[in-house]
Design a protein around this ligand. Structure first.
Ligand SMILES: NC(=O)c1ccc[n+]([C@@H]2O[C@H](COP(=O)([O-])OP(=O)(O)OC[C@H]3O[C@@H](n4cnc5c(N)ncnc54)[C@H](OP(=O)(O)O)[C@@H]3O)[C@@H](O)[C@H]2O)c1
Length: 281
């Protein structure tokens, strides 16, 4: 079992990719899986789980679409039970701060009988550059149902490093690492900083939750995603997570990455370049 691979669930996801790259750079064997890999792993098809998990020793687990959804608790409970049956020893779960549903899923892991870690994260900085907010940035207007609430957005390179630390350092096991960035910012402040970094104007507009959900529905978003967005922007994004946390420092012995460093890294990738669009000074 010692030389068997570390399983990464969500191989091509934002954090799974980073965790797998870091483990491989350290010389660990990995098995990254998702619906598009062979073997495949699909959270919605339990028949795929056994083959994807068999022969691995530990796992980094990203749930899709979000641990906040009501079915997540039972799904994680079943997953942990199968992991125990297959002889996995340690599971590291990526979770979200302040989500009641996520907490229930975390408990299913903590009570499952295996070694565990929870990396409980604030909202990702990379939502602005690798996720649903990038379109608004490139179009010059990010419209969201979030007002003056501040959020200590986290750089997911930090999440990946914390996850790797928990997977490779046994003394960190059976702990929650509540991770965030070092300073809390409003969406308007984030967008202003992105606008300054890119050199083109981007504005933040606060819109009512109903307008936001209707807009997603018109674009064809499925009902579960609409439910999730409503949950995230009304229940979870209410100020309960505004305080920065010390999880990155606790795991890594260094401060969490600041938004300014995130901006520098994204600018170097070209992700916010407006190809074919007129740059407006
Ligand atoms: N975004 C945030 O601000 C935030 C904050 C805190 C916590 N989180 C948590 O982060 C987790 C997501 O992690 P992430 O952002 O690293 O992943 P991600 O980027 O959302 O992962 C996307 C990958 O998941 C795979 N996938 C989609 N549906 C799947 C399914 N039914 N079964 C298996 N794989 C599936 C897809 O690959 P294939 O198409 O190949 O299957 C895709 O490449 C969520 O649980 C969320 O709660 C997010």
């Amino acid at each position: 079992m010692k030389d068997s691979p570390i399983l990464i669930i969500g191989k091509n996801g934002k954090t799974g990719l980073r965790v797998e790259q870091r483990l491989q750079a350290l010389g660990y064997a990995t098995r990254g899986v998702s619906r598009s890999t062979a073997p495949a792993f699909d959270w919605e098809d339990r028949a795929t789980w056994r083959a994807a998990m068999a022969g691995t020793r530990s796992a980094y687990v990203t749930f899709h679409p979000d641990l906040a959804i009501p079915s997540a608790e039972q799904t994680i409970r079943d997953f942990v039970a199968l992991a125990a049956e297959l002889g996995l020893q340690h599971l590291v779960l990526l979770s979200g701060r302040g989500e009641d549903g996520a907490r229930r899923a975390e408990l299913a892991l903590e009570q499952g009988g295996l070694d565990w870690n929870i990396v409980r994260a604030s909202w990702f900085m990379q939502n602005f550059s690798e996720n649903f907010m990038i379109e608004g940035i490139l179009n010059g207007e990010l419209a969201l149902p979030a007002g003056d609430i501040v959020e200590p957005f986290i750089d997911i390179d930090d999440i990946a490093e914390v996850a790797v630390a928990t997977l490779t350092r046994p003394e960190l096991r059976n702990r929650v690492f509540e991770v965030s960035g070092p300073r809390a910012m409003t969406f308007a402040e984030c967008v202003a900083a992105i606008s300054e970094a890119t050199g083109y104007p981007v504005k933040y507009t606060q819109i009512p939750i109903e307008d936001f959900v209707d807009g997603l529905r018109v674009q064809g978003a499925p009902e579960p995603l609409l439910w999730l967005m409503r949950e995230l922007f009304t229940v979870v994004f209410d100020g309960r997570n505004s305080s920065p946390t010390g999880g990155v420092e606790e795991a890594l012995g260094r401060p969490a990455t600041d938004f300014s460093e995130y901006l520098r890294k994204v600018m170097a990738t070209g992700a916010w370049e407006r190809s074919g669009m007129q740059q407006q000074a």
